[in-house]
Design a protein around this ligand. Structure first.
Ligand code: SF4
Length: 262
């Protein structure tokens, strides 16, 4: 696959146009993009997001059905038995700290918000265990308030695309947000994170099987040869991802399709 990476002298307008094109290609590449933490309400999403620190979403999703059934309300978290909760969430790692956050979250919600998760960023970030990233996840997915989620994948990809040179997550959020219409922020975040988990990996990105090759100044960071790149695609749609990038899907090994998405 050939590429024509943007010149170092790219104008602001040029970068905005390229960013929008990247957004459109991602929409086509990842039609299945969504919040990968299972939840049915704002409280469950807040809890799942707290558990997702240093843990895969898949592992969190294995633990949460029992947890949500055991603690259906903020009051239930506030009054939970610490040892019992620790056992339930132990597989997600850092379970003592996470239990602490969940107990305090329940108490704060009962004391200050009538047991409900508030729908404003300024309120959310005052809650135990909830930083700006988590607050944006909750706003975007439980309240339909557009939010940009700057996680490790998001940071890596927007840097590789040279959409911003900022390194502080809040500054990245504002810089990237300015390139896209607000209404697109939540889905854009999901699509970028999907691409980071399935194609543009931290260590070996699948450049030769990437739909963004022509728009990406970092093309060549990973293998560009289709057969080598196709092996790096991950997840049940790995063959579709290859096709979307113009790569023969038969080059995608079964292990790639079966591979756990990080
Ligand atoms: S996989 Fe390679 S070409 Fe695709 S976005 Fe990542 S660095 Fe760029």
């Amino acid at each position: 696959m050939t590429s024509s990476p943007p010149a170092a002298s790219e104008t602001d307008l040029g970068r905005t146009r390229r960013a929008r094109k990247i957004g459109r290609v991602l929409t086509e590449t990842h039609p299945d993009a969504h919040c990968e933490l299972d939840h049915s309400n704002a409280l469950e999403l807040a809890v799942a997001t707290i558990l997702s620190a240093q843990c895969t979403d898949k592992k969190v999703n294995e633990v949460t059905p029992k947890l949500f059934a055991r603690y259906p309300s903020a009051a239930a978290y506030a009054g939970a038995d610490r040892g019992e909760m620790e056992e339930l969430i132990r597989p997600t790692g850092f379970y003592r700290n996470k239990t602490d956050s969940l107990l305090k979250l329940g108490q704060a919600l009962v004391e200050r918000y009538d047991g409900q998760i508030p729908g404003r960023l300024v309120d959310l970030v005052t809650l135990p265990g909830i930083g700006r990233k988590t607050a944006n996840v909750i706003l975007g997915n439980a309240f339909d308030v557009p939010g940009i989620t700057v996680d490790t994948h998001f940071q890596r990809l927007v840097h590789r695309w040279r959409l911003t040179t900022e390194t502080d997550p809040v500054k990245i959020e504002h810089a990237v947000g300015a390139l896209y219409p607000k209404r697109d922020w939540t889905m854009l975040s999901h699509r970028i994170i999907f691409h980071g988990r399935r194609v543009c990996h931290a260590r070996k990105p699948a450049c030769g099987a990437c739909t963004l090759a022509k728009l990406c100044p970092s093309y060549g960071t990973g293998p560009t040869e289709p057969a080598a790149a196709a092996k790096l695609l991950k997840g049940p749609r790995a063959r579709d991802l290859a096709v979307a990038a113009g790569v023969d899907p038969d080059l995608v090994p079964a292990q790639a399709v079966a591979a756990e998405v990080p």
